[in-house]
Design a binder for this molecule. Structure first.
Ligand code: ARG
Length: 297
């Protein structure tokens, strides 16, 4: 990487992301309540929706997008959020719950290795689905477990990386990943679906985020929480006016995108993106802890 590129990336911290074109996206199995084999994806529409999202991110928000090549027979590769979790130059690889998605693991690992990341697995060897269940907001990591990632896996991350972590338990199979029912917008503000969490975790969200915004259920079902936050900009499923208005009232700039084809698979805007830089954390977190993450299985 040239010095100029590195400077550009540093300036765009929080805007360096990984995506995968939906050339082979489809519903080829059912592993969450949204997926139904008869609901065929219109790939042309999916591609147009994905390209529109890509354009908003690159042309309007100045994101730097890396692309992993799509692969035949891996219809969910498009959901790069589930690849794992990048922390600085370390990549914690996902261990998918379902065999259908376990086939993606070698591709993710290869891509991150080839792009200079040190690939690590969690010692527990338990299912973990990356940014689907692990969301940074500044230096706080919010993790969810139950349907895909296990409590052991998300606790491993907190322990090994020494991060301040908020651990939440999910309660509704329709909101099977944390990023389907919680969107931390800042350290104070979050969008969330109260009924998607256990009572204890709901209290924890309300205790942690002074401004916890309840998303109406019909908008939660259109994946309002599955939004991409880049500074003051939020990219959200277009058909969520109440949630958008809440954010606009707080000074955020909300851009709507159509994600209907991806909803058929239980995915939305945020699932299509994985953040590659958490550099701000790296220096502090890894200054004295390098090597811990190599614990292996
Ligand atoms: N069909 C995919 C699955 O069930 C959707 C993944 C959505 N990703 C996310 N980060 N919520 O695994």
């Amino acid at each position: 990487m040239t010095k100029t590129m590195r400077t550009q990336l540093t300036e765009r911290r929080g805007r360096h992301i990984l995506m995968c074109s939906p050339d082979h996206f489809g519903i080829e199995y059912e592993i969450n309540p949204w997926m139904r084999l008869p609901d065929a994806v219109d790939r042309k529409v999916a591609l147009a929706q994905w390209e529109a999202l890509y354009r908003v991110l690159t042309e309007q928000l100045g994101a730097v997008v890396e692309l992993i090549p799509p692969a035949v027979g891996l219809p969910d590769l498009v959901f790069t959020a589930n690849a794992g979790l990048a922390i600085g130059d370390k990549f914690i690889t996902s261990e998918f719950r379902h065999p259908e998605r376990q086939r993606e693991e070698p591709l993710w690992q290869r891509w991150f290795t080839e792009h200079g990341y040190e690939v690590a697995t969690l010692p527990s060897g338990c299912p973990f689905e990356g940014e689907g269940d692990a969301l940074f907001v500044e230096d706080l990591l919010v993790v969810g477990h139950r349907f895909r990632s296990t409590r052991e896996a998300v606790q491993d991350i907190a322990r090994i990386y020494g991060l301040e972590t908020l651990v939440l338990e999910l309660a509704d199979p329709r909101f099977y990943h944390l990023d389907t029912c919680l969107c931390p917008v800042s350290k104070d503000t979050a969008l969330y679906v109260p009924d998607a969490f256990t009572d204890e975790s709901r209290d924890a969200i309300e205790g942690r985020f002074a401004d916890a915004i309840t998303v109406p259920l019909e908008e939660a079902h259109r994946f309002a929480c599955n939004s991409i936050v880049m500074g003051n900009d939020v990219v959200m499923s277009h058909d969520c006016p109440a949630t958008q208005a809440e954010l606009v009232a707080r000074g955020y700039c909300v851009r709507g995108v159509e994600i209907t084809e991806f909803l058929k698979s239980g995915g939305g805007a945020k699932c299509l993106v994985m953040f590659l830089d958490h550099d701000a954390l790296t220096a502090r977190t890894f200054g004295t802890r390098q090597g811990d993450h190599r614990a292996g299985r």
